[in-house]
Write a protein that binds this ligand. Structure first.
Ligand code: 5GP
Length: 189
């Protein structure tokens, strides 16, 4: 299992899209959220869009491997999503924020986590503004949250700086391939 984490706007989604093109055997886990869908987002594809009550019910039933509140909305990885792929022997990728990545590390220490870092804070703000999905207040809120998230970088053994997309995608792919190779060797012994 692979966890891709880092501040919102750093380009995790874009990097993962590139990674999945290069490694189609990877499965991307679809998260649950209480955030309203953005234009073009589809339920069950981009996220499972839940009401706060539905989300809370899953929390109480212990259905989440990890969950966190981010910018006033809740996000979480449903155990059923993961198990569907892992039981079939398919490697799964999670795209989650830092609190969730910490929970996964606790629950599943064998998961490989990669922190995606921006080349600078200015670059991160420019990306958040440029993608046009958040209001100026929301951008500021995400930048405030990013301060804490950037401080978490040393917790992660693998860090990829998203300076140039092609280079960063290659670096991410190399980490995943190396981890898969090491796991295969271990299993063969
Ligand atoms: P967005 O609202 O931009 O889609 O996502 C906001 C943040 O929540 C991003 O950093 C994204 O990676 C993170 N996120 C998405 N799904 C999950 C999840 O299942 N769990 C956690 N902890 N964070 C998630």
């Amino acid at each position: 299992m692979f966890v891709i984490t880092g501040p919102s706007g750093v380009g995790k989604g874009t990097l993962i899209r590139g990674l999945l093109e290069r490694m189609p055997e990877l499965e991307l886990s679809v998260s649950a959220t209480t955030r309203p869908p953005r234009a073009g987002e589809r339920d069950g594809v981009d996220y499972h869009f839940l009401t706060p009550d539905e989300f809370e019910r899953h929390v109480r039933q212990g259905d989440f491997v990890e969950h966190a509140t981010y910018s006033g909305n809740r996000y979480g990885t449903l155990r059923s999503q993961l198990e569907r792929h892992l039981d079939a022997g398919r490697p799964v990728v999670l795209e989650i924020e830092v609190q969730g990545a910490r929970q996964v590390r606790q629950a599943l220490p064998e998961a490989v986590a990669v922190f995606i870092a921006p080349p600078s804070r200015d670059a991160l703000r420019a990306r958040l503004v440029g993608r046009g999905t958040d209001s100026p207040e929301q951008v500021q809120e995400r930048m405030d949250t990013a301060e804490g998230e950037l401080a978490a970088r040393p917790e992660f053994a693998h860090v990829v700086v998203n300076d140039r997309l092609e280079r960063a995608t290659e670096a991410l792919e190399a980490i995943i391939r190396a981890a898969r190779g090491a796991r295969a060797k271990h299993t063969c012994r």
